[in-house]
Ligand binder design. Structure first.
Ligand code: AMP
Length: 365
């Protein structure tokens, strides 16, 4: 079995690391000269849309998958008309447009904040009158890690804001007064079987994920699994999907889905019986899915902008290091550590030790 991956960053790298013991080979397509997944398979260096490179990927691969959702419709069409390509194109299209995504949640009765479609400054003024303040204004497409967003708190935040965000289609969301943020990572096989990892409690710093901790006893567990299952069934999904939620006094409020393996599920490499990467590869290859049970208390911490000496991290108990071999740059994810422990108390101590060793540069000026 040979899987073609559009993208050769750390997600592709970890998919290939998970597929290797199953004797699955990989070819990556990426415009970067030396992307971090390159040592783990064959590399096609070309633009995402390059028809010849897409053809070469089709020639080599039995099935295709993606590292990110912003694949052009033309590339998707070329790939999926020649090879099984997962997740399906409708899932990528839905999840890259916040309005389509939230309309899907609404159609499935999944709780979400009030939303409004914004195509002009006038729409924005009308929507604020309806949704109220505070509210969050987001670009419909191409936003990530809090980019392309603005929180509107006061009337004076509204003037000129449509142009300030680029004059592109936007969505206004009511501000959710949440207690914390969680995600659930789920997988659906080609036969429609679904599995779910434990809810992950996620802490962000400057809009970037800092720490993700699986919480077996989370009170919203069943709701999260049900909502993720509904979305995957509705999209006839195949592969791993992440669903991010706000946890409020009244339960879960949907934020967004990511049609791929997700940063908040990286702890599953060492912390679960089958990792998100292995189950994604299994789903794409049409193989049976593995059990997702948690093995031990664990957490994932991102390494952002600057890599501490490996000696420092590896001297700490229960630490597993993933150095993506990416050039350090403020705000860039260049690695992560999984912290493993025997109890929740020990885990918290070990997280603090790792936090003290990290020299993260979040790129805040
Ligand atoms: P997103 O790119 O939509 O995941 O948003 C990035 C971050 O902004 C989230 O992780 C939240 O911390 C915050 N955020 C996004 N939407 C809302 C909202 N409607 N209400 C409150 N906070 C939000």
């Amino acid at each position: 079995m040979h899987i073609g991956i559009v993208g050769a960053g750390q997600l592709g790298q970890m998919m290939a690391q998970a597929g290797a013991p199953l004797n699955i080979e990989f070819t990556f397509l990426d415009p970067a000269k030396a992307p971090c997944a390159a040592p783990y398979g064959r590399l096609l260096t070309a633009d995402w849309d390059d028809a010849d490179a897409l053809h070469a990927l089709i020639e080599r691969a039995d099935a295709i998958t993606f590292e990110f959702e912003n694949v052009s419709p033309r590339a998707l069409e070329q790939l999926s008309s020649h090879r099984p390509a997962f997740p399906p194109s409708n899932a990528l299209e839905t999840s890259r447009d916040r309005l389509l995504e939230k309309s899907l949640f609404a159609s499935l009765d999944i709780p979400l904040p009030p939303i409004a479609r914004i195509d002009s400054q006038n729409d924005l003024e009308e929507a604020v009158a309806r949704v109220g303040l505070p509210a969050v204004l987001k670009t419909r497409t191409l936003g990530y890690d809090g980019k392309g967003q603005k929180v509107l708190r006061h009337e004076q935040d509204i003037a000129g804001t449509f142009e300030e965000l680029g004059g592109v289609p936007l969505i206004l969301e009511g501000f959710v007064d949440f207690d914390h943020e969680v995600s659930v990572i789920a997988v659906r096989g080609r036969d429609g079987e679904t599995r779910f990892w434990d809810i992950s409690e996620n802490e962000h710093r400057s809009g970037i994920l800092h720490c993700a901790i699986p919480r077996q006893q989370h009170p919203c567990r069943q709701d999260a699994f049900r909502y993720a299952g509904q979305v995957m069934d509705a999209l006839d999904y195949v592969g791993v999907m992440a669903f991010e939620f706000f946890v409020t006094a009244n339960g879960l409020i949907a934020n967004e889905i990511a049609p791929r393996v997700h940063n908040s599920g990286h702890w599953s490499i060492e912390g679960a019986q089958t990792s998100q990467f292995e189950n994604h590869v299994r789903a794409v290859a049409g193989l049976p899915l593995g059990t997702t049970d948690l093995l031990t208390p664990c957490a994932m911490l991102n390494i952002i902008g600057a890599m501490p000496p490996a000696e420092t991290l590896l001297a700490l108990p229960g630490v597993r290091l993933h150095d993506y071999n990416k050039a350090p740059r403020p705000g860039r994810k260049i690695g992560h550590v999984t912290v493993l422990a025997d109890s929740d108390e020990e885990l918290q101590q070990r997280i603090t030790q790792v936090e003290n060793a990290l020299i993260n540069d979040l790129g805040i000026s």
